[in-house]
Ligand binder design. Structure first.
Ligand code: NAD
Length: 367
């Protein structure tokens, strides 16, 4: 292209999202998320592939090669959910959707950080088990996903099966990368990280605290404190509003993220991100609702799409650094709820009961 003697090369960075609807309500909620993001911006391209039971039925495996290749070639993956009673008894178990698709995707894509924000929507404050303003939280658990006691060796039975052994292992590299990820998440929030461990008892926790403290001194823009896990479990009930980002290891994170989520009161509202190594300067991620495939309500238009829509907003924040569109989508969800639109799971008296796609439409109208 000539331009006064200078050639200008315009490079348009593709923002490609692999879309894996999956099983049960997965396709219904993912369709709404794609609808909302597409209404908010035209910057992203979406390409769909089979995963889970749907893929098993069509191809004989829950994670076909083409699906994995699509995910690997994309910047991010937006997933619904996999599994259901139809596939619970497949043998060998490695072909079941949860193991053969979900765990396999985490492993193949190197997703080592699980990020679970839990924010109470003002319109749904009555759903929180903690009453009044006490239940108003806006926190995020960053959990290490591939190390610790769930993966350490040896894991075995001895003594004729009467003694059981699990092993908790962490190394410096694993702790460093999750800590830096938590700092990055904190930078898009209130910049406060509470690192949770059991350093008064466990050697892995003492290393954890050592590494987090070292990194904290190198990243003074983030305020870092430490808390023992038993105290954290208690503080989440006593004063959950004190937390911004909770950084912790695999098993503690498994438990604390469920505890934190439930303070918001509804499973149909909770997004999650599983992040891996960066592609370019932003992390690759798989984004999905916390809930499962809800086979009991699949195909009825009763599923709440908000968790998946908020997962797509997380994708814009973390992988694409597009905070303004993410904020518009999050605000639109809240606005639709404030106006009284509800799916059955969060229905309250005097509200407007709508279907999955009608709630999606209401959110689009608020963008
Ligand atoms: P679930 O989250 O699917 O459902 C639990 C309850 O919550 C059900 O009553 C369901 O109707 C309701 N629910 C869930 N999401 C909802 C939504 N968006 N709107 C309204 N109501 C909603 O958990 P489950 O019943 O234990 O599991 C069902 C299947 O999902 C199982 O096969 C399980 O293995 C699988 N699962 C998959 C994932 C995943 O893909 N990441 C996660 C959890 C469970």
């Amino acid at each position: 292209m000539g331009n006064g003697g200078q050639d200008i090369l315009i490079v348009i960075m593709a923002k490609k999202v692999a879309v894996l609807p999956g099983d049960g309500i997965g396709p219904e909620v993912v369709a709404e998320a794609v609808k909302v993001v597409s209404a908010a911006t035209s910057e992203y391209s979406f390409e769909e592939a089979l995963v889970g039971g749907a893929a098993y039925d069509a191809t004989g495996v829950p994670l076909p090669k083409e699906t994995l290749e699509l995910c690997q070639s994309a910047n991010a993956v937006l997933m619904g959910a996999v599994g259901g009673p139809k596939w619970d008894h497949i043998q060998p178990a490695e072909l079941r959707p949860e193991i053969g698709a979900l765990l396999a995707l985490r492993r193949e894509l190197g997703l080592y950080a699980n990020v679970r924000p839990a924010k109470t929507m003002k319109a749904l404050i009555n759903a929180s088990p903690l009453k009044g303003d006490h239940g108003m939280i806006d926190l995020c658990v960053v959990r290490e996903l591939t190390g610790g006691i769930y993966f350490g060796e040896p894991r075995e039975r001895r003594d004729n099966g009467n003694t059981a052994i699990d092993t908790c292992v962490y190394n410096r590299t694993e702790i460093e990368r999750i800590t830096l990820q938590a700092f990055e998440v904190a930078r898009s929030r209130r910049k406060e990280v509470v690192s949770v461990d059991k350093a008064n008892v466990l050697e892995t926790s003492r290393l954890w605290r050592e590494v987090v403290s070292e990194l904290a001194t190198k990243h003074p823009d983030v305020k870092v404190t430490h808390m023992l896990v038993d105290n954290c479990a208690m503080q989440l009930v006593r004063d959950p509003g004190q937390f911004d980002v909770i950084l912790t290891e695999n098993m503690f994170g498994d438990i604390l993220s469920d505890e934190a989520s439930m303070i918001t009161g509804s499973l149909g509202l909770l997004p999650s991100a599983s992040l891996g190594a960066s592609k370019g300067d932003r992390p690759f991620g798989l984004y999905e609702p916390v809930h499962g495939s809800a086979p009991d309500i699949a195909g009825q238009g009763r599923a709440n799409p908000i968790a998946t829509i908020l997962s797509a907003a997380l994708m814009l924040r973390y992988t694409f650094n597009d905070h303004s569109t993410a904020q518009r989508i999050e605000d639109a969800c809240e606005a639709a709820l404030n106006e009284g639109f509800r799916t059955a799971d969060i229905f309250e008296k005097d509200c407007n009961l709508v279907s999955t796609s009608k709630l999606g439409d209401a959110i689009v109208s608020k963008l």
